[in-house]
Design a binder for this molecule. Sequence first.
Ligand SMILES: [Zn+2]
Length: 115
Amino acid sequence: MNKKEVFEQVTDMEEKIGQLYQQLGDLKNYLAELLEENHRLAVENHHLRNRLESSTEQEEQKETGKSSTEVPVGEGYDNLARLYEEGFHICNVHFGSPRQDEDCLFCLLFLNKSK
Ligand SMILES: [Zn+2]
């Protein structure tokens, strides 16, 4: 192997390492996105579980008719309206998924219906 060949090989390796480094960076960014998404979904899930729990409790209280813990009329509606304001769907089409700052016709219909 002459000096020129060695030099060419080193240059070739350098290029490949550069590409690998680029790929590593891309994967790292992708991983960061996944972690972020995962975190966002975990928070959302937690949030929705709390909502579900509190509305289930309210339903149970309504059914057993305990006057001491009576739920004011319209609180279920307020909860849903708040959930909608916080950016989640409350319609049965997309219930619980984020709205991404757009009004949803189904949600609005649902809100008007249950008012
Ligand atoms: Zn909706």
